[in-house]
Design a protein around this ligand. Structure first.
Ligand SMILES: NC(=O)c1ccc[n+]([C@@H]2O[C@H](COP(=O)([O-])OP(=O)(O)OC[C@H]3O[C@@H](n4cnc5c(N)ncnc54)[C@H](O)[C@@H]3O)[C@@H](O)[C@H]2O)c1
Length: 416
């Protein structure tokens, strides 16, 4: 890291999540002086051009920009450079930040490459697709005194933090029964999802169900022990099949049970971005305790003169990520999407404040133990749920158990 202690950040992946959350958050952190230069590496130049010319980002962050790899001004926008990011990482000075925003199946290789090149890592969820890979990454990062954090932004929704505090103080009893849902809009099936979120690679539970499974563990400290996922296959516009409607049951270390619905079934005609929430029913000492989070409840109802789509009536969400004017030059990001990235970057600065390897390792262990940021050491149960969920959905919803111990693993449930 440079003398100034302002780490440079290389984002690997220039797609949707980079555009709507990661880049604007990092621009703001750059404006605050928390980070230095930003570079973005993508498979080809086309998405980098989109990011550089995005009018909303230009309005919010005037005069700021990033170094593109490949340089979209010099190459054919569709020419592919799948190994370019490895060169970019090799050339970075040690102990800066690599932010992984690649498709899920590429996370493992890219996280490893970043750590091997002595870079701190922040990655979008899921960290990786296999538990043993998460363990490998945990050990590699710790041995080098490098922070590795996973961006589960729902943890920075104040509702989740408030509920965690109440639950951990004993004020919400013991979780027994729950229901969560996160349903994305119908139009997702027209997007790039049809090229990768197909039956053989992923499903809607793997893609978004992980947020509420992670939230239950985050709030309660319980561990998932059994998963069954029934997926309804449906054809995308390009003819490929996806599990576009999923119904999962996740059971927990105290015997509690959570059902999770995930699909591409929020109507295009509906006024918000999706529908989502969680209900947790808990056992108190004299009565039931309850948690009801209406996470799609936005409280805002707008009817527009010039709508950006074909609906005049909207219920915009102020919770996840918005760019608002709060005085000064440009716009500022607000919402848990920003707070999550800010906290992960600050974790890197905290680790880097350590004077030597031992001090950096101590800081990493403290962050692991606090349990607020998701790290491979404190959250690899998410990888077990993904492994179990995939095994189950590919076998018509057969229950799969998670076995903990020295080398955690998943297997079909046996009935004796
Ligand atoms: N709620 C959430 O936490 C959330 C939401 C959206 C996406 N995500 C995660 O973010 C990741 C990316 O999703 P997205 O929607 O932005 O995908 P996307 O398809 O829009 O973008 C993927 C990007 O990866 C780049 N890429 C692919 N191969 C590459 C390579 N070899 N080298 C460099 N770049 C390469 C592509 O150029 C593209 O810019 C996924 O892991 C997804 O699960 C998380």
């Amino acid at each position: 890291m440079p003398e100034s202690k302002r780490p440079m950040v290389t984002i690997v992946g220039g797609g949707m999540i980079t555009q709507i959350q990661i880049l604007p958050s990092l621009y703001h952190l750059q404006r605050l002086g928390a980070i230095g230069d930003i570079a973005i590496s993508a498979l080809n130049g086309a998405p980098l051009k989109v990011l550089a010319e995005d009018s909303a980002l230009r309005e919010a962050f005037p005069g700021q920009g990033f170094t593109p790899y490949p340089d979209f001004r010099k190459v054919n926008p569709d020419e592919k450079f799948p190994a370019l990011f490895e060169d970019v990482l090799r050339k970075m000075p040690k102990r800066n930040i690599v932010f992984i925003a690649l498709p899920d199946q590429l996370h493992y290789g890219a996280v490893r490459k970043a750590l091997e090149n002595d870079q701190h890592v922040i990655t979008v969820k899921p960290l990786v697709l296999k538990h043993k890979e998460a363990v490998e990454i945990e050990h590699l990062a710790l041995s080098k005194g490098l922070f590795c954090g996973v961006e589960y932004h729902k943890r920075f929704d104040d509702r989740a933090l408030m509920t965690r505090q109440q639950y951990r103080s004993g004020n919400l009893g013991e979780f027994k029964l729950g229901h969560a849902w996160l349903n994305e809009p119908w139009y997702y099936r027209d997007s790039n999802f049809q090229n990768w979120c197909t039956c053989e690679n992923s499903d809607m539970f793997t893609y978004v169900g992980c947020h509420y499974v992670d939230q239950v563990a985050f709030v309660t400290g319980l561990m998932p022990t059994e998963v069954s996922v029934y997926g309804v296959k449906d054809a995308y516009p390009n003819g490929r099949d996806g599990y576009l409607w999923c119904n999962a049951i996740v059971n927990w270390s105290n015997g509690a049970s959570l059902s999770v619905l995930d699909g591409m079934c929020y109507p295009n005609a509906a006024p918000g971005g999706n529908t989502q929430g969680i209900q947790m029913f808990c056992k108190g000492s004299k009565d039931a305790c309850v948690v009801l989070h209406d996470d799609q409840y936005r409280g805002l109802k707008h009817c527009y003169e010039r709508p950006s789509d074909n609906k005049t009536y909207h219920e915009p969400s102020p919770d996840y990520f918005k760019l608002v004017y709060r005085g000064g030059r440009g716009l500022e990001p607000v919402g848990y999407g920003y707070r999550s990235i800010e906290a992960l970057v600050r974790a890197v600065l905290r680790v880097e404040a350590g004077s030597d390897l031992a001090a950096r390792q101590t800081a990493i262990r403290e962050i692991d133990a606090e349990g607020i940021l998701s790290t491979p050491a404190n959250s690899a149960y998410n990888e077990l749920v993904i492994e179990a969920g995939r095994l189950s959905i590919l076998n018509q919803g057969r229950p799969v158990v998670i076995e903990y111990g020295k080398a955690p693993t998943v297997r079909f449930k046996e009935y004796r």
